[in-house]
Write a protein that binds this ligand. Structure first.
Ligand SMILES: [Zn+2]
Length: 208
């Protein structure tokens, strides 16, 4: 009786230690997934050469995990990652894989409603590197474009011909001339361009 109780106690102790290994691995996988998702989103926001997936893989590894999946295509406004951590279970003589997922979303600047997601990500990049920018005018319906064209026929394109109507143009507000210069200098590194020389506020994605 005493012997079997002791044996049972030993098994329970081993089992609970296996269980705590799983818990630890789960926490590690979540930490690694969080770090990988944040790093990938940062890379989407301000690209620096490496792909967002490569950054996520690095960060997952640095946190003791292995990147299983990264939905983090360039131009996307969010990163979703899944990370795996292997855990050895001595009692069961097994190696189990624990997975965790995380998602990081790039915060969109106010006024970007209706704009294309890849353009919003590019604008977020620019707003991140130049302080104080704002959006004066973003997406416009055809009717809004028509009304604006009637008001300012020299500046606003006729309805049906503006990239504002398809969510691929925005007019920026600048807090200073320095900010305007900085925005123009840094736009290409965020995938943006100012295609109209006499409209230094009108920005579009390079790929538009
Ligand atoms: Zn414009």
């Amino acid at each position: 009786m005493v012997v079997s109780a002791l044996a049972l106690g030993g098994i329970l102790a081993a089992f609970s230690s296996d269980l705590s290994r799983v818990m630890v691995a789960r926490t590690r996988a979540q930490t690694a997934a969080d770090a990988a998702a944040l790093g990938a989103a940062q890379q989407l926001l301000v690209p620096s050469g490496a792909s967002a997936e490569a950054v996520a893989r690095e960060l997952a590894k640095a946190n003791g995990g292995t990147l299983v999946a990264c939905r983090c295509d360039a131009g996307s406004a969010e990163a979703r990652v899944t990370v795996a951590v292997e855990v050895g279970l001595p009692l069961l003589a097994q190696v189990r894989t624990v997975r965790a997922s995380a998602r990081a979303v790039i915060a969109a600047p106010p006024g970007t409603e209706g704009l294309a997601p890849s353009f919003v990500a590019a604008l977020s990049c620019l707003f991140d590197v130049v302080d104080g920018l704002w959006i004066v005018s973003g997406f416009r319906t055809r009717a809004e474009q028509a009304a604006l064209h009637e008001q300012k026929p020299d500046l606003a394109a006729p309805p049906g011909s503006s990239n504002h109507e398809v969510g691929l143009a925005a007019d920026l507000g600048y807090p200073s001339n320095d900010a305007e210069r900085a925005a123009h200098a840094l736009a290409p590194s965020c995938g943006l361009r100012f295609p109209v020389p006499y409209e230094p506020w009108h920005v579009e994605p390079i790929a538009a």
